[in-house]
Design a protein. Structure first.
Length: 280
């Protein structure tokens, strides 16, 4: 495979860090994004990558990040943007931008970043890979007029909605841009032993933060290998643009809202309005 320019968020820990380590030594240029300066620098030094930090709970950080990445890639374009940063959090917390944190970190921030990097992605006829979750099917039910879940919040519902938004966003990118060369996909990485749920009051803490994790969860290397498989894959050959995968398996076991094209479009319009960009 020719050398590619790969932007990977959530690269400072867990699945993203594992994928970055596995991609180190490949001919690809890696641009790693994390929130923690110390953790991101350490992975970047270990893997010989460029690195950036941004707190996705601040949309100004995301705007600045997009500018720095655009400068760094110059005329090369971006072959792959892996929107992997995310997680499940605690109580209903508004960000400095006024949005519920789970929805902002998992969906609104990557939605903004991807849109700001669309010229670079389209130039390279690139791919957007969204790390979603089986939680989209178990807990998600989106109301575009209440993306913050102001009416009935739970950490699981907020997470399910945000991960459902990852699937709908990949579908919309496919609908809008695939005929013009861009591809997009969403996937569940497996139930992976990482730092996931560390800051959460969700019942999921039981699974991720107690000795149960040694019995029930797969290692970060396996989750990272699945992310790497999408990053290095060829759309239309390895995986299908517009689809949702359970690990590497194409599945029809999805939330029924995934097949609602009108919802996907209204989520796009609403997200664009919230982050202050023109809708396509
Ligand atoms: N683990 C699982 O079983 C599982 C299952 C389904 C889906 N997923 C998804 O997989 C992705 C990676 O999660 P993981 O399991 O690898 O968890 P993790 O070990 O907690 O890693 C999360 C990554 O996201 C970054 N991140 C978190 N909050 C951020 C913020 N406010 N701004 C910018 N970056 C932020 C973290 O950065 P810092 O470390 O620098 O703070 C870290 O790099 C997430 O999207 C998650 O929803 C995980």
């Amino acid at each position: 495979m020719p050398a590619q320019t790969i932007v990977l968020t959530g690269a400072s820990d867990g699945i993203g860090a594992a994928a970055a380590r596995q991609l180190a030594g490949s001919p690809h240029r890696l641009l790693l994004v994390g929130r923690s300066v110390e953790k991101t620098r350490a992975i970047a030094e270990e893997t010989g990558s460029d690195w950036f930090t941004a707190d996705f709970a601040r949309l100004d950080d995301v705007r600045a990040l997009a500018g720095k990445i655009a400068d760094a890639v110059g005329d090369d374009g971006i072959h792959t943007l892996a929107n992997n940063a995310g997680g499940i959090f605690g109580d209903q917390t508004p960000t400095v931008d006024g949005f519920e944190k789970t929805m902002q970190v998992n969906h609104l921030a990557p939605f903004l970043l991807t849109n700001l990097l669309l010229p670079q992605l389209r130039k390279a006829e690139g791919a957007v890979i969204n790390t979603s979750s089986i939680g989209h099917r178990l807990f998600g039910h989106i109301d575009v007029d209440d993306l913050d879940n102001a009416r009935r919040f739970s950490p699981n519902k907020a997470y399910g909605d945000a991960k459902l938004a990852n699937v709908l966003f990949a579908k919309s990118l496919h609908t809008k841009f695939h005929a013009r060369g861009l591809s997009a996909v969403a996937f569940h990485p497996g139930t992976v032993r990482t730092n996931f749920a560390a800051d959460s009051s969700s019942i999921m803490r039981l699974l991720y933060r107690t000795p149960l994790k040694h019995l029930m969860l797969i290692g970060a290397d396996k989750g990272g290998a699945t992310l790497r498989w999408f990053i290095e894959g060829t759309p239309g050959d390895t995986w299908f643009s517009g689809a949702y995968y359970d690990e590497r398996t194409l599945t029809t076991k999805v939330n029924p809202q995934v097949n609602d094209a009108a919802l996907a479009e209204s989520l796009w319009q609403r997200s664009a309005e919230l982050v202050g960009i023109p809708a396509h």
